[in-house]
Design a protein around this ligand. Structure first.
Ligand SMILES: [Zn+2]
Length: 67
């Protein structure tokens, strides 16, 4: 889980929208990009590695990295 205060300070790197904690993902409320949260609770905010909302929902916000 991501610290709530940290979460409030964070914004989507793509659209600067608010971020919501979905457990294994941080979801942008505005553009719907889902950013994976790594094992040590570090969010990966790289746009290219984020999933679109549909894909994240399909996987029930469980992330397995596709490398
Ligand atoms: Zn966004």
């Amino acid at each position: 889980m991501i610290d709530k205060k940290l979460l409030e300070m964070m914004a989507c790197p793509k659209c600067k929208g608010d971020i919501k904690d979905k457990g294994m993902f941080l979801l942008c409320r505005k553009c719907g990009l889902a950013f994976p949260v790594l094992e040590d609770s570090i969010p990966n905010m790289i746009i290219e590695e984020a999933w679109p909302l549909k894909k994240a929902e399909k996987n029930k916000f469980k992330h397995h990295l596709e490398l």
